[in-house]
Design a protein around this ligand. Structure first.
Ligand code: PMP
Length: 442
């Protein structure tokens, strides 16, 4: 106990030192942060990218590289939280955007690309027979959940601890006061028995089950196949609609995780990279469900949105999905991701430290615990201060990723970039090994 106590004091001291170094290296980002605070609360318009003591400001990206305001270069292992799968300014995306600009924006009408893009999405994702576009993943989930409630005439939505489906669907930690005011049942991820017991009294009230086939934000925690199969059965049994939020996981195979598992939801939501790096969201699924949105019907659901079919997203998304992130490319990137994760875990294993990389394919997360991670509760066992230290250490070595520990690969990264990450992790384990001994969780 005494040893654990002193170790935790050492971690706090190491973290304070790392933060001091970070401050000293980044005076321009610090000044930018102070200036930003004058017009945005906390200098921020997007909670997920805030970093204590202050965030870095990036000024340029090219391929798999980023440069910050103080002139440091980074290998981009965050890839815009999965949206930046093409790397920065991919020539084909650039060309698609240029072509769109040449033809003019904001028609207030249908454009020639949207139906082609929709067809490419339907061809790609097994459960999607018809699709509609939105401007974000959050909006896609709002539409999918609202449609499920309207179609079933029921009020309740089953979601999961640690789930994240956008700014108004935040089920991590203690949740959020800003969540959309639906009636939620909050289940435990990867625990079918507990979920079935939770749902039993409300079977006739359940409109939808909304689930990430791998929880991304909470630390790349894959759903077990049996869990997803159980949710499918539960939806069939209760008459609720099963919604897979594949906003992040759609990149994990040519047809998302639904294809990997061979489990088809009734509705799927998409976002991130599918829009070619532009603002994007989509929801789609079974034709008989989506046909409620057919405006030729007298009882059609209303779903407007000025930018739903904006030509920048339609053009960039179509090229991205059909010419760049092709099925072959998706298989290759995710196979590389699996190999990289195995290499990182081999480094960790050699070091004997309580640390691991979870995830699937091109998405991975670091956890400072060696216990199996199947839920948010398991992820919370990790030592948060060691994870912060890892962040400042790797960012100082020119590796860009999310402070909460998430990495997402882009097709712009190469083997040398992978080697650089493996070396940085190895150096971290060697430098800080003494801190891990007896470190407490939390
Ligand atoms: N669902 C999941 C699984 C996500 O990871 C995110 C964004 N991180 C969203 C929905 C929300 O998407 P957006 O940020 O485009 O609103």
């Amino acid at each position: 106990m005494a040893l654990a106590h002193s170790t935790n004091i050492d971690i706090a001291a190491a973290l304070a030192e790392a933060e001091e170094l970070y401050r000293a290296r980044n005076p321009k980002s610090l000044a930018q942060h102070h200036a930003a605070c004058a017009a945005m609360p906390g200098g921020n318009t997007r909670s997920a990218i805030h970093v204590d003591p202050f965030p870095l400001t990036m000024v340029r990206g090219n391929g798999a590289r980023l440069w910050d305001l103080d002139g440091h270069e980074y290998v981009d292992f965050l890839s815009e939280f999965t949206a930046g799968i093409f790397g920065h300014s991919h020539p084909k995306i650039r060309h698609a955007i240029d072509a769109a600009l040449d033809g003019g924006l904001n028609f207030g009408a249908h454009n020639a690309t949207e139906a082609q893009f929709a067809a490419a999405i339907c061809a790609r994702f097994p459960s999607i027979e018809l699709v509609r576009f939105t401007n974000s993943g959050t909006e896609a989930n709002l539409m999918a959940v609202s449609a499920a409630r309207a179609i079933t005439g029921r009020p309740k939505i089953l979601v999961f601890q640690g789930g994240y489906h956008g700014g108004v669907f935040y089920f991590r930690g203690h949740g959020s006061a800003l969540n959309a005011p639906f009636e939620y049942l909050l289940g435990r991820y990867n625990d079918l028995e507990a979920v079935e017991a939770l749902v039993r009294p409300y079977r006739a009230e359940l409109a939808a089950i909304l689930v990430e086939p791998m929880q991304g934000t909470t630390g790349c925690i894959p759903a077990e196949r049996d869990f997803l199969a159980g949710l499918r059965a539960s939806a069939d049994d209760t008459g609720a609609l099963l919604i897979f939020d594949e906003v992040m996981t759609s990149r994990l195979s040519p047809g998302g995780l639904q294809q990997v598992h061979g489990i088809l939801p009734d509705l799927t939501t998409l976002g991130k990279y599918v829009g070619g790096g532009m603002s994007f969201g989509a929801f789609g699924g079974r034709a008989d469900i989506m046909e409620h949105f057919d405006p030729r019907r007298p009882d059609a659901f209303q779903h407007a949105g000025t930018f739903n079919n904006n030509v920048l997203t339609m053009n960039a998304g179509l090229v991205g999905l059909t010419e760049i992130y092709t099925p072959e490319r998706a298989r290759a990137l995710n196979a590389w991701g699996d190999r990289l994760r195995e290499r990182l875990n081999a480094v960790v294993k050699r070091s004997r430290l309580a640390m691991q990389f979870t995830g699937l394919g091109s998405m991975l997360s670091v956890h400072m615990t060696d216990r199996p991670i199947r839920s948010q509760d398991d992820a919370e066992q990790g030592n948060a201060k060691l994870r912060d230290l890892f962040y400042f250490d790797l960012v100082g070595r020119g590796i860009w990723f999310a402070k909460r520990g998430m990495f997402a690969l882009s097709i712009a990264l190469d083997e040398q970039d992978g080697d650089k990450l493996v070396e940085a992790v190895e150096e971290f384990t060697q430098t800080h090994a003494p801190l891990f001994a007896n470190a407490q969780s939390g």
